[in-house]
Design a binder for this molecule. Sequence first.
Ligand code: NAI
Length: 245
Amino acid sequence: MFEGKTAVITGAARGIGQAIAVNLAEGGANVVICDLESEWLEETAEAVGKTGRKVVCKELNVTDHDAAQTVFQEIASECNSLDILVNNAGITRDGLLMRMSEADWDAVLAVNLKGTFNCTKAVTRTMMKQRSGVIVNIASVIGISGNAGQANYGASKAGVIAFTKSAAKELASRNIRVNAVAPGFITSKMTDALPDEVRDKLLESIPLRKFGNPVDVADAVAFLASDRAAYVTGEVLNISGGMLM
Ligand code: NAI
């Protein structure tokens, strides 16, 4: 599906980003994986290596505008093409609004929203010259529904959704598609550690009565990144077991 293509995934050291990198490599893509520290990428690099595809590790803090420009320039010169960008790096700093510190607000907006802007801006020159490219942003159902205790996170992900639609309109004439996925509850160390009663309560809010897996998100990303979604842009695909309809 992705033979001969290069995909860049931010925040790929673990979790959903790792699953996306492995999934795209299984589909034939060579992958460039980025995270805050390059050593953190070893596990993902090993898993990608098993698919037989090329993997390159890059240290990148997505909040750093200039570093993003530099790293994406390096990638463009090292790879034949730059076909897919997945803006996955994201953080939470939850807390009730009244008590939320300015630092926690700024940190979440900087990684989730500005990081998405920085990396998207950094690939557009290359993709515009190629006259092709696909960008998939990882939003969240919280960016659509909101959530008590997550004003910073919800605002950042709502921003990612509006950013996705704006970029899709701006870049469509250059044959660059921009879409987002909005995951619901995806299993992670965090959901594994939840007490049974909290877990059961959460499951009651999900029509499919189960949490998603990172691979569920990765499969949706692969679809949007593929030619099967050639006529899809500016769209937000919920991966939430029906939590949000
Ligand atoms: P995670 O915390 O397991 O992984 C996030 C990765 O991003 C880590 O490897 C981390 O080092 C990296 N990262 C953090 N700040 C960074 C920065 N400034 N620059 C570069 N990399 C950075 O998180 P998870 O659960 O895999 O989430 C991935 C994405 O999916 C995030 O955008 C998150 O908001 C989103 N999401 C996750 C859901 C879930 O239930 N796990 C639900 C909805 C959305």
